[in-house]
Design a protein around this ligand. Sequence first.
Ligand code: AMP
Length: 125
Amino acid sequence: MMGQAYDPSNVFARILRGEIPAQKVYESAYALAFHDITPAAATHVLVIPKEAHVSLVDFVANASPATIQGFFQAVTETARLMGVEESGYRILANHGPNSGQEVPHFHVHIVGGQPLGPLLAPASA
Ligand code: AMP
């Protein structure tokens, strides 16, 4: 099945091109990490691959093993730099309509800095 085509005008592509600012936390050859503009927890950072992939499915299907490894190393390094490795944190990635994914460039949320409670809030009808 064909996935959704990558839209190079999405907000994270624009951050990668330096067209709009971001509060950077970490950068490597594979990934960029920056603060979420609307934090949902005391610590809320996004990690995005530098390669153009729409979502988790596109990333895993089409990125090289080195890129996938480098990306997830950037996730753990970002959490370490944010000081939440010992206190604990949660990562999540939205894929597809039921998830409510807003930005069509694969990204992982790192949330922590406080007790996070249950995994999911009750869905509104
Ligand atoms: P998702 O719903 O998983 O696609 O999450 C997109 C996230 O991107 C949301 O948590 C937004 O608050 C965040 N976001 C949107 N625009 C920006 C931006 N310019 N800088 C930082 N975070 C952003």
